[in-house]
Write a protein that binds this ligand. Sequence first.
Ligand SMILES: NC(=O)c1ccc[n+]([C@@H]2O[C@H](COP(=O)([O-])OP(=O)(O)OC[C@H]3O[C@@H](n4cnc5c(N)ncnc54)[C@H](OP(=O)(O)O)[C@@H]3O)[C@@H](O)[C@H]2O)c1
Length: 314
Amino acid sequence: MASQTIQKVALAGASGLLGTPMLHALLNAGFDVTVLTRHSSTATFPSTVSNVVRVDYENLNELRQALKGQDALISTLTTFSISTQEKLIDAAIAAGVKRFLPSEFGSDCSIKEVREMPMYKDKSEIDTYLRSRCEEQGVEMTWTAVYCSCFLDWGIDNNFYLNLKDKTCTLYDGGDFPTATSPTDWVGEAVVGVLKHADETRNREVKVSGIDISQRELLSIAQEVTGKEGWSATESTSQAAYEGAMEVFEKNRSNVWGWVMGMLVKGVFGEGCTRDFVGGKNDNGVLGLRQITREEVRGYFERAVRVGKSSKTF
Ligand SMILES: NC(=O)c1ccc[n+]([C@@H]2O[C@H](COP(=O)([O-])OP(=O)(O)OC[C@H]3O[C@@H](n4cnc5c(N)ncnc54)[C@H](OP(=O)(O)O)[C@@H]3O)[C@@H](O)[C@H]2O)c1
């Protein structure tokens, strides 16, 4: 197969939590970026974006037109419209796009146990669809699925690792083992690494870790930032969190935030899940990525305290 060089990149969902830092990383790296945004969107984009195209994600023709001439398409579409990507995949193939990165960017869905969790159902279906379409005869599009575990900044803002405001923490499975976590701006750099190493990342999962760090170490950093006073920690297991989440899911699946965090706990901290791509068992080296430092992690906590984001709860 011919070597792939990527210069023209389309980004769908560029105004979102991940899309915003992703867009900056792509622009900083010198890619020629086209943004896809919904007709209804009120998002605005920097003037350095060469092209902003309004699309209807249900309209195949419109999507195909928007994607003509693009080397790669990155989707950072919202968790709540993952299935939308089916048409996007079809349009990208029809437009001759060489590489598609689906909206994954979380737990390692290549692991059966993770993949089968209800919260990853839509992502798994899209992943299966993307792989099978790329395998069809005559289709030249390739794919890369990026798994980065929980976003560090999102995890802090949404009380995933601990609760900065209430000064509480539930340590899962002892809390002493390192697990992967990746800040959103760092994930943008990781995707730049994927595009710059297009041949090495063709048709495969890429696992990256911003830093391998234990929950207890995150707690210790949080306590350095806020002062130790007033903190309380309890212990539980990722399995118990998962079972609790499944119970809520079975009773009332429309209460998404009642079950999603418990599943994420298992996906991130559970043995055999995403925590397994630490200790160098990741693709950071392939992409030329450095891990962030403990000091940088501290910076994310300081920022959260400054802007008061950790008061957000679901
Ligand atoms: N690892 C983690 O900890 C973690 C945390 C959060 C999210 N994620 C994952 O990261 C990816 C991106 O999530 P995100 O939170 O960054 O997304 P988001 O901010 O919720 O949304 C991203 C963009 O999607 C577009 N969008 C919104 N509603 C849509 C709809 N109904 N149909 C089509 N497009 C729509 C919007 O762009 P326009 O307005 O420009 O159209 C929006 O800015 C997802 O796969 C998500 O599961 C991972």
